[in-house]
Design a protein around this ligand. Structure first.
Ligand SMILES: [Zn+2]
Ligand SMILES: [Zn+2]
Ligand SMILES: [Zn+2]
Length: 158
């Protein structure tokens, strides 16, 4: 039995509706899945998870449409990787103004970083260039505390 959509936190659904996004069973299942695991996923992994949850074989165009919808609402973020592979994760504080994320490259968990110390840097660069800076992207990666002590719960499925 697919899990009930009511398990998706209300704030996500509210944000989706505010942005004119329909909450389809796939979008709802995707939100549930990512909210529960708090990890980065490749589109292939997302498809596997949703196929299992919804007991069907979802096509990639449908998967990408669901991903796009959540990206546009800024519920989902893209992980910037050097190898060209794209991964996605759910932001747990979608309503928060400005913050960053730390991704553990071992367990793939995502941690919300509420602080940003780049604004001072921004104003230095702006002054140096005589330009204005309108945004910055910071992605922090490394090994989380649990992985460092090697007692992190292993991923259910690779
Ligand atoms: Zn976030
Ligand atoms: Zn970790
Ligand atoms: Zn920042």
């Amino acid at each position: 039995m697919p899990e009930k959509p009511t398990q998706v936190p209300g704030e996500y659904l509210e944000l989706l509706r505010k942005n004119g996004g329909r909450v389809t069973p796939i979008v709802s299942a995707l939100l549930q899945r990512l909210h529960k695991s708090k990890r980065v996923y490749t589109p292939e992994q997302i498809k596997d998870e949703l196929d299992t949850t919804l007991h069907c074989d979802i096509g990639f165009p449908t998967i990408y449409r669901a991903i796009d919808r959540l990206l546009r609402c800024r519920l989902l973020y893209r992980m910037h990787r050097g190898d060209g592979q794209t991964m996605f994760f759910l932001c747990c504080h979608p309503e928060d103004e400005h913050h960053h994320h730390f991704i553990c490259t071992v367990c793939k968990r995502v941690f919300e970083i509420e602080m940003c110390m780049a604004h001072q840097y921004e104003s230095h660069v702006a002054k140096y260039l005589g330009a204005t800076i309108t945004r910055h992207i910071i992605q922090l990666e490394g090994m989380c505390k649990d992985c460092l002590s090697d007692n992190v719960p292993k991923r259910r499925k690779q």
